[in-house]
Ligand binder design. Structure first.
Ligand SMILES: [Fe+2]
Length: 335
């Protein structure tokens, strides 16, 4: 008997955490805590556990000592431990690699690890230690004081399949999407949510499986400018990769930054509420460059061509990527 689709048997709540691999844990900690303004909850021999001011859970962003940069675990929270049992049955029914992941993450409860059909290793958990809310602990705010981990953006050779997986199997809503024109009409990228904002995850066409960036939300627009000033002041002007500018998709004001390991994150503010399931997703044609940049300079070539490797299911190595099914975007003209 079928276990039923995840959207019918379990309740995914939000993006839980992202783990960045770093070759220099102290340098990475100093960058994210003292310059960007994340808050350290705990540390162990190999990891530093961080969170933002609104985050009520033990960690939403983790730095892990590794021999190369890239992304470690990508975690989503579900409502209850019972959800995990039902999800395990469903993943087994689909023939996906799945196992209990053990508990080597401080503060995090029982964790179900699956390799999804896109090739990403995803952790699901319900229980995680709660920590003090820091929104009004203004005396502790530093840097640009991100409010929450907002989203992760990933690359996969077949973004239509990624859209289908997240919406049909896992029950994500779609806020916006880009689509190629007839006769080969396909989803090129989609912005998918469980919490009521534009996205918890964006799935884009590209060489994959790989991660493009993690997005942190800032409380107000001047935070983007302040981030640029602070990063430049600290010697990281060349790490400001794209922006400040405003996206068409999501309406967010943003800047993309490469950290000292070369991992990419986005500082992001000004998107909008979703959650009204009667609202039609916003469609963007691939021929419309406004989708990427409402205003601001076009992205540099490396923004399109460079990504972060993700780990294999057993965590022993970084994955090789496969090329995208679709040709490059028509307006990807940068020279
Ligand atoms: Fe983003």
């Amino acid at each position: 008997m079928s276990a039923g689709r995840i959207k019918d048997i379990a309740n995914i709540q939000k993006l839980g955490h992202i783990e960045f691999r770093t070759t220099d844990l102290e340098r990475a900690r100093d960058f994210y805590v003292n310059l960007i303004g994340l808050h350290e909850t705990a540390r162990d021999d190999n990891r530093v556990y961080l969170r933002c001011t609104e985050d009520r859970q033990h960690h939403t962003f983790v730095l892990r000592r590794a021999d190369a940069a890239g992304v470690g675990t990508i975690g989503f929270r579900v409502a209850s431990d019972d959800d995990l049992e039902r999800m395990k049955l469903r993943f087994e029914e689909l023939g996906l690699p799945v196992r209990w992941a053990g508990n080597d993450m401080l503060g995090q409860g029982r964790t179900l690890r699956v390799q999804d059909p896109l090739g990403f290793t995803i952790d699901y958990y319900a229980e995680i230690a709660t920590v003090p809310w820091l929104v009004q602990s203004y005396h502790l705010h530093k840097g640009v004081s991100p409010t929450r981990i907002d989203h992760v953006n990933v690359l996969t050779p077949d973004a239509q399949a990624g859209y289908d997986w997240y919406t049909q199997e896992l029950g994500f809503g779609c806020a916006e999407y880009t689509e190629s024109e007839p006769p080969d009409t396909r989803i090129w990228a989609s912005w998918l949510f469980r919490k009521a904002t534009v996205h918890d995850i964006a799935v884009m066409t590209g060489a994959g499986p790989a991660a493009h960036h993690v997005g942190f939300s800032l409380p107000e627009p001047m935070g983007i400018i302040r981030a640029c000033d602070m990063l430049a002041g600290a010697g990281y002007a060349d790490n400001l990769e794209r922006g400040p500018a405003r996206h068409g998709i999501s309406n967010a004001l943003f800047v993309y930054v490469r950290d000292p390991d070369g991992n990419r994150f986005e500082l992001y503010t000004g998107d909008y509420l979703t959650g009204d399931t009667s609202a039609e997703p916003i469609r963007w044609s691939l021929n419309n460059p406004v989708r990427q940049t409402f205003w601001g300079a076009p992205p540099p070539r490396r923004w399109f061509e460079e990504s972060m490797a993700v780990e294999t299911f057993d965590g022993s190595a970084l994955q090789q990527t496969k090329p995208p099914l679709l040709p490059p975007v028509p307006n990807y003209v940068l020279d």
